[in-house]
Design a protein around this ligand. Structure first.
Ligand SMILES: Cc1cc2nc3c(=O)[nH]c(=O)nc-3n(C[C@H](O)[C@H](O)[C@H](O)COP(=O)(O)OP(=O)(O)OC[C@H]3O[C@@H](n4cnc5c(N)ncnc54)[C@H](O)[C@@H]3O)c2cc1C
Length: 394
């Protein structure tokens, strides 16, 4: 039951965005930058964004040598270079919008550890460099730096080569999301948390009216013995930015959840490296955070079990991550784990494409989801594109 005042002040918006991850908040940022007077609401089911954007490893990356070389087997050269370009433009947008200090950006470079299995990728280094040169002002992106295997203290029985990429960086994921939230709030966007959208409907039949889309929210007081019904908001345009969780709202989509588990060590006295590191074709990734190591991955240990939206860690994968630390990354040293967590990514189910799903769901509803494992890079760019599609239909 809404009061007269609530109806006047809280019900109607120009734009509603569902999901306050990097994609949803970037969409709000792009909309408000173009139209500072617009009434914009972001609806987020969690107390915090609760998917991938506050749970990731903070790599500001656009693809390692083995990832790009193996993507060439499933995507054509134009698709792949466009994707890398979008990742780069997304990172540039994030950095210029919020500022390097506010996102904790550090330009320590990125490295790929080449194990026996990945040696054939080294033969593709020149080809991949040539492919990427036009995007990087004619410069080579990847080069080998094998002297670092010992210098960084990795186990040389496993690590055969190291490929260095000076264009890669790292961010502080918490700082980045907090700054993005502040950025939009400062410009008048309302972000409602604890606000789960349960359905939406495009009710516009003809013309170019307002209040075209009805968005229903679960009333959190419903289960507390109070007889409140679902809450309805209305907007001219709506964007769905719920990534892996979108199937609950739109079941019939080419979308599959993929959980990522992560651990962080307590500070290590002997840490000899700084930077972001890719291991085993991107199935594992680690970085320094000060003197700590943040390590994630291992979905390949249990693909079926990790196709889930449950925010839980498992013993199988955490033990596997710990063994990567002791066998490969810091072989001669003891370490303690400070904490562990899980986040949820979104992939395609039917193909191997890494291109996000961006489309009109209906005339006034835009879908921008399926960001895969490099959404820190893609999120700001995708948000800009979603905002353009919402405005184009105005
Ligand atoms: C462990 C891990 C490590 C990663 N590491 C990196 C990395 O180092 N670099 C990189 O580039 N990428 C990384 N990624 C990927 C990157 O984090 C994601 O691609 C990106 O955050 C996706 O952003 P998003 O906003 O599209 O989705 P999300 O962050 O998942 O946001 C979707 C939001 O929608 C909300 N929502 C869902 N359903 C509803 C509903 N019905 N009503 C209201 N709100 C709803 C969710 O609570 C969530 O906050 C990693 C991901 C994980 C899980």
């Amino acid at each position: 039951m809404w009061s007269f005042w609530e109806n006047k002040s809280f019900k109607k918006y120009d734009y509603i965005i569902v999901g306050a991850g990097i994609t949803g908040l970037s969409t709000a940022a792009s909309l408000v930058e173009k139209n500072p007077k617009a009434k914009i609401a972001v609806l987020e089911r969690g107390f915090l964004p609760t998917g991938a954007s506050t749970k990731n490893a903070g790599f500001a990356c656009f693809g390692s040598l083995s990832e790009i070389a193996s993507d060439l087997e499933t995507m054509n050269e134009t698709e792949l270079t466009d994707l890398v370009k979008n990742r780069l433009q997304g990172l540039e947008k994030l950095r210029t919008r919020l500022g390097d200090k506010k996102i904790g950006y550090k330009n320590y470079g990125g490295y790929e550890l080449i194990l026996d299995k990945q040696i054939p990728y080294i033969e593709q280094l020149d080809k991949v460099n040539e492919l990427l040169q036009p995007i990087f002002g004619g410069q080579n992106v990847f080069k080998t730096k094998d002297g670092l295997i010992e210098g960084f203290g990795f186990n040389a029985r496993h690590v055969r080569r190291i490929v260095y990429n000076r264009f890669e960086g790292q961010i502080h994921t918490g700082k980045m999301m907090k700054s993005l939230l502040k950025y939009v709030q400062k410009r008048g966007v309302t972000v409602f948390t604890g606000c789960e959208v349960i359905s939406f409907e495009d009710t516009q039949t003809e013309g170019n009216g307002k209040n075209n889309v009805s968005v229903k929210i679960k009333n959190p007081l419903e289960n507390k013995g109070q007889n409140f019904s679902d809450i309805e908001l209305v907007a001219s345009k709506v964007a769905i930015c719920t990534n892996a969780f979108t199937k609950k709202l739109i079941p019939d989509l080419d979308l599959q959840a993929g959980r990522g588990q992560v651990l962080v060590t307590k500070p290590l006295k002997y840490l000899r490296f700084k930077g972001t590191f890719h291991l085993d074709e991107g199935f594992y990734y680690f970085r320094n955070f000060g003197r700590r190591i943040i390590l994630g991955g291992g979905r390949n240990m249990d693909f079926e079990g990790e196709t889930t939206t449950k925010l839980e860690t498992t013993k199988l994968i955490l033990e596997d991550l710990k063994s990567k630390l002791s066998d490969i990354i810091i072989p001669k040293h003891k370490f303690e784990i400070e904490t562990t967590w899980a986040g949820i990514m979104a992939f395609t189910k039917t193909s191997k494409t890494k291109i996000p799903l961006l489309q009109n769901y209906s005339k006034n509803i835009v879908l921008g989801i399926r960001l895969g494992g490099m959404g820190v890079a893609l999120g700001s760019k995708l948000g800009e594109e979603i905002a353009l599609m919402m405005k184009d239909g105005d």
